[in-house]
Design a protein around this ligand. Sequence first.
Ligand SMILES: C[S@@+](CC[C@H](N)C(=O)[O-])C[C@H]1O[C@@H](n2cnc3c(N)ncnc32)[C@H](O)[C@@H]1O
Length: 216
Amino acid sequence: MSNINYDFIIEYISSMQPDLKGNLKEIEDYGKENNVPIVTPIMHRFLEFILSIKRPRNILEFGTAIGFSSILMSKYASGKIITLERNERMRVVADRNIKEAGLEDKIEIKFGDAIENVKNLDEKFDIIFIDAAKSKYQEFFDVSYPMLDDGGIIIADNVLNKGDIAKPIEDIERRNRTIHRGMNKFIENMLNDERFETVLLPFSDGVLLAHKKEVE
Ligand SMILES: C[S@@+](CC[C@H](N)C(=O)[O-])C[C@H]1O[C@@H](n2cnc3c(N)ncnc32)[C@H](O)[C@@H]1O
């Protein structure tokens, strides 16, 4: 099983999603044809659901790929989206897709290592979406936390890594053990961080949601 849930349930829910708007369908198709990982249909509806409630000003995204999720999220942000990507091939395609959608003034791609680029930002964000290297989630959190507004939300995708994260480490191939340790530590830290209300949810590839409490 490649998913953490039953395939027939995922197919059922995915088939019930409304049609994608603008150039998102083309981008999704390009992703499938070229094996570019983008948010699943269930995750993308979940993002839209959360953002339709939160109505953020600025969003920070770790992992642009070809721009699917940043274009999707841009509809809900009144300010801007800063999205971080280190792969040149991805950056070029994302740039083209963002321009085609007419969103070049709203979505800014910062090219290079995400952690280095975040250090140079001085914006504040209401949403931080983490969807990049699984071995670095804790570092992504640490570097971006000071920029998260009170009441802001962290959304981290793929935190269960096809279920591996929930298995004992002895059952994990040696080359994947760093991710296993790092992600387990990140999840444990977040669930015990009293500055946040945090929940770990078993859909998509595992999603962690953390709401930063308002200062009283
Ligand atoms: C899962 S894809 C992002 C998918 C995108 N959020 C979407 O749903 O449309 C992850 C991307 O993160 C990028 N990435 C991974 N680690 C990174 C890092 N340390 N800095 C910048 N980009 C990184 C990869 O090159 C890859 O394109």
